[in-house]
Design a protein around this ligand. Structure first.
Ligand code: FPP
Length: 252
């Protein structure tokens, strides 16, 4: 008897089946559970983050292969600064390690690196690594790998409101013409379509200040799997379930 989902050929079959239907164009992921993964193995929390970094590569490659246009990954929130300094320092080194190790491969696959978040507040070494990856891949036309780094959605919305007010005061924007499309252009996600699918790992069922405006009509998919254990099969499963949902956007 053939094994159901674990053999490479059945993964290949599932990929082909998924690609016969509309694949979510923008997937956003709250990558949660690194600490618990490490804790379960009596390892330091940072070991979980390091393992999680490898999963980022795997999932990016698979999303690109499936034809996903944008993958937004919540890598560090504005609230994450509250963690112990040693953990924050480690997390701030991960983008450099990730890009140093995997960017050549991802760039060959036409991946374009972008970010949302307060980049100027990152340590200079992190900022430089990310900005250089963005610069190096800016002409690429494949998957947009959008890292949410030092990102917080409420702060983003407040900044957007302030910019709009400022432009209204200068006469660049008339308050009457403000609408959802125009407001979206003041957000850090300007130019990106809203996520079609949100995935959160590790069993937590909350948004944690992530893309509050942009997720208004997004399909949510939660799993108990911890991020370091998240695999290509899980991504395919999320997309399969997405494809079986009916999106009505408030209609009937
Ligand atoms: C949440 O898990 C995870 C984070 C705050 C960091 C996520 C970062 C990565 C997955 C690696 C990022 C990689 C790149 C390339 C930037 P947690 O620590 O809150 O886990 P816990 O809830 O089990 O404690």
């Amino acid at each position: 008897m053939r094994k159901k989902t674990t053999s490479p050929s059945s993964l290949q079959e599932r990929i082909e089946q998924v690609m016969e239907k509309p694949v979510p164009e923008h997937i956003a992921i709250i990558m949660d559970g690194n600490g618990r993964w490490a804790n379960n193995r009596a390892m330091p929390r940072i070991a979980g983050h390091h393992e999680g970094m490898k999963v980022v590569r795997k999932i990016t490659v698979m999303a690109n292969r499936l034809g996903v246009k944008t993958l937004t990954l919540y890598a560090f929130s504005t609230e994450n600064w509250k963690r112990p300094k040693s953990e924050v320092d480690f997390l701030m080194k991960l983008p450099e390690e990730f890009l140093g190790t995997y960017l050549p491969e991802l760039a060959t696959e036409n991946v374009k690196v972008q970010t949302i978040g307060y980049m100027e507040q990152l340590p200079p070494h992190t900022y430089r690594a990310v900005e250089s990856a963005k610069e190096r891949t800016k002409e690429n036309t494949g998957l947009i790998l959008n890292f949410a780094l030092n990102y917080g959605s409420r702060a983003e919305i407040i900044e957007a409101v302030k910019s709009a007010i400022n432009e209204a005061q200068k006469g660049i924007l008339s308050p009457e013409e403000m609408n959802e499309d125009i407001f979206s252009n003041y957000l850090m996600t300007k130019g990106l379509q809203d996520p079609d699918l949100l995935i959160r790992t590790s069993g937590e069922i909350r948004l944690s200040n992530f893309m509050l405006w942009q997720l208004a009509y997004t399909e949510f998919w939660f799993t108990d799997v911890l991020w370091p254990d998240f695999s290509e099969e899980h991504l395919i499963q999320a997309i399969e379930e997405f494809q079986n949902r009916q999106r009505r956007f408030g209609g009937v």
